[in-house]
Design a protein around this ligand. Structure first.
Ligand SMILES: Cc1cc2nc3c(=O)[nH]c(=O)nc-3n(C[C@H](O)[C@H](O)[C@H](O)COP(=O)(O)OP(=O)(O)OC[C@H]3O[C@@H](n4cnc5c(N)ncnc54)[C@H](O)[C@@H]3O)c2cc1C
Length: 615
């Protein structure tokens, strides 16, 4: 078989593989990007892109296309039968660059990413129709057996990014398995085109709606007057039967009728979906690094699938570029696995709580979910249980690649957090000031040392700092932030005339912040001494991994359950073995025990009245 070589091969030109290829190409590598399909997938999958993902898309040069096409949103409404029971309102200030989410079809996402890749490196265009059929590796590289349109060949790569999706052929080639939970409940995913009708862009959920009794229905508006309507199937429903066009159309017609939509519409997509919370034990397998759905699957509730894949590729891109170039040890890739596995654990914990409501995993959970829905609206704690816990930026606070504060402090932008993309004024070479956002002031590649000049004692500290960090061995730019533009000295500095940035970064305490190339804080410092800066840089490039890096289901999730969530889960689980027959008795005993614990007759009577009233 003919043989080709590559520094890095990326298998899979879905969104995650495309971003990995863009990141590598931006860093000067020439990745070979292979995909079994003939071109962009015109299927309908991810639609909600988070604010953090939008920031990453900006960084890789794709943001403008998404901003032009996507529909921004920050709100949602949930209904139980015919009653509104929860309002979602995610923070969205007029000064924010991005809405908490934009909705956009995944085929646009892939198209815009392909365009961004071609703009950076036309030579790295995806090789469509090139399927990886087998793989093996040794100490020096990976040999991929590729079947292309003109026959088979071997691609010998130093490193491989496995972004080949949920059914990853590379996972199979290396005998690796995903582990976790597969939920039984199924959803039918439908897209309809409703020309000429403008709906508010928000997340709508109906539990047990009159149009579809016993089911849960989710609606999101997408560009081009396309609405995504997902509805839950009954457990006894036959999937093939449910997918038949006439059956889908009848269910959707009932839903649209209930919503008062009288305009003509047309079904443009339908498929079945089952929630999975699965992960590899380790995202690095020698010279093969797994990302996106190939590494982990996350239930769609809370929209963490694609968003976490985007984050994977952004975390991996700079690390793999440095390792492939010999500028960092291969252990840096273990920090990728470690950081992202912890995020998967967090995502699974959050998505599991959303799944209790969207797709209850058993009779006990269903009983409790319905009880919470009965109480929601009138009782804030019950409404809060309906919060979809949408995907949010992660903090790599437990990462060995991140240097913790010498004295832990919650003020400012903590180690491991991503850069808050606040409005910023940037000083041009001609002395002119341009309004933009902090992210715009970062160098396109490499580390950034954000220096709050006044808090450091004045501009005289900058030159020695720059000199000391110049020989760091990796690109590192010193970025001054000044209150007084006259003190900036250099083009590209950030002017913080009203001190907003200094306050947000707690600059009085931490005048220096080291940012990684993926905009996460590697460390922050209390003074201008370059020695700890260089030590933190070393740690970011060659992290002391320790036992935490060992393969295995990841470290505990960083988002602890709230007390109502813990109570909800505990009672639901207790009800599972009790079954429908024993549930009433168990709940009666539980009510008596809780009343005894509460010890206040008036409060108990008020609870009894509220429980009666909610029915
Ligand atoms: C109905 C639905 C709704 C969703 N909604 C959301 C949402 O709103 N937000 C969100 O964040 N996520 C959502 N997701 C999840 C999201 O779609 C996935 O997480 C995302 O597509 C993963 O991207 P990926 O690049 O890892 O994998 P994929 O998109 O699956 O891409 C993998 C690529 O690898 C290629 N490939 C496979 N095998 C080979 C091989 N042997 N050789 C070469 N190439 C190969 C494939 O052709 C494909 O192009 C949703 C998913 C579904 C199903």
């Amino acid at each position: 078989m003919p043989q080709e070589t590559a520094e890095v091969a990326v298998v899979g030109a879905g969104p995650v593989g495309l971003i990995a290829a863009i990141e590598l190409a931006r860093a000067g590598l020439r990745p070979v990007l292979l995909d079994a399909k003939d071109g962009i997938a015109w299927s309908s999958r991810a639609i909600c892109i988070s604010r953090r993902s939008q920031e990453i898309l900006d960084r890789i040069g794709a943001g403008a296309a998404f901003a032009a096409k996507g529909l921004g949103w920050s709100r949602g409404r949930s209904f139980y039968r015919d009653r509104e029971v929860f309002r979602l309102a995610m923070p969205f200030a007029p000064t924010d660059r991005h809405a908490p989410f934009i909705n956009i079809q995944q085929f646009y996402t892939e198209q815009f990413l392909r365009d961004a890749l071609l703009a950076v490196a036309p030579a790295c265009a995806p090789r469509w129709g090139h399927r990886v059929a087998g793989a093996r590796q040794d100490a020096d590289g990976v040999s991929l057996e590729v079947i292309g349109p003109d026959g088979g060949y071997t691609l010998r790569a130093d490193w491989v990014v496995a972004a080949d999706g949920g059914r990853s052929a590379l996972r199979e080639a290396f005998g690796l398995a995903l582990r976790g939970t597969a939920y039984e409940s199924r959803y039918l995913i439908a897209d309809i085109e409703v020309p000429g009708v403008d709906r508010p862009v928000e997340r709508n959920v109906w539990f047990d709606p009159p149009s579809n009794p016993g089911s849960t229905v989710i609606l999101h508006v997408q560009p081009d007057h396309v609405w995504r309507i997902d509805y839950q199937l009954r457990d006894d429903e036959d999937g093939d039967e449910a997918l038949r066009e006439e059956n889908v159309t009848a269910r959707l017609a009932a839903q649209l009728d209930m919503m008062g939509v009288r305009a003509p519409w047309r079904l443009v997509w339908r498929s079945l979906y089952k929630a999975l919370a699965l992960s590899l034990d380790d995202y690095r397998h020698g010279r093969v690094v797994f990302a996106g759905d190939a590494a982990h699957l996350v239930p769609i509730f809370g929209v963490r699938g694609l968003n976490s894949g985007i984050d994977d590729a952004h975390n991996l891109g700079w690390k793999l570029a440095l390792v492939a170039r010999g500028a960092a040890p291969a252990a840096l890739l273990d920090s990728y696995s470690l950081e992202r596995r912890r995020v998967t654990a967090e995502n699974h914990a959050q998505a599991t709580r959303s799944t209790w409501f969207m797709s209850p995993p058993g009779a006990g959970f269903r009983l409790m979910r319905d009880a919470a829905l009965e109480l929601a609206g009138a009782h804030a704690f019950a409404s809060a249980l309906l919060n979809p816990r949408q995907s949010a930026a992660h903090v790599y606070d437990a990462s060995p690649a991140v240097t913790p504060d010498a004295v832990p402090c919650a003020e400012g932008v903590v180690p491991g957090a991503s850069l808050p993309n606040l409005p910023a004024v940037i000083l041009g070479a001609d002395g002119r000031q341009t309004s933009g956002f902090l992210q715009d002031a970062l160098p396109p590649l490499g580390f950034t040392l954000l220096a709050f000049v006044e808090a450091l004692g004045g501009p005289q500290v900058l030159a020695p700092l720059a000199a000391a960090t110049a020989g760091a061995g990796v690109p590192l730019r010193l970025l001054p932030v000044v209150r007084d533009a006259a003190a900036a000295g250099t083009a590209g500095a950030v002017v913080d005339a009203d001190g907003t940035l200094a306050a947000r970064f707690a600059a009085a305490q931490f005048p220096l912040t080291l940012l990684r190339p993926d905009e996460h804080v590697a460390a922050r410092f209390t003074g201008a001494d370059p020695v700890p800066v260089l030590a933190a840089l070393d740690r970011a490039l060659a992290p002391p991994l320790g036992p935490a890096a060992a393969p295995g289901t990841a470290a505990p999730a960083a988002v602890p359950a709230t007390p109502p969530e813990r109570g909800f889960a505990a009672i639901s689980r207790a009800l599972e073995p009790a079954g429908p027959a024993g549930a009433a008795g168990l709940l009666a005993r539980l009510a008596l025990l809780l009343a005894e614990e509460l010890g206040d007759a008036d409060r108990v009577l008020r609870c009894v009245a509220a429980a009666e009233g909610s029915g």
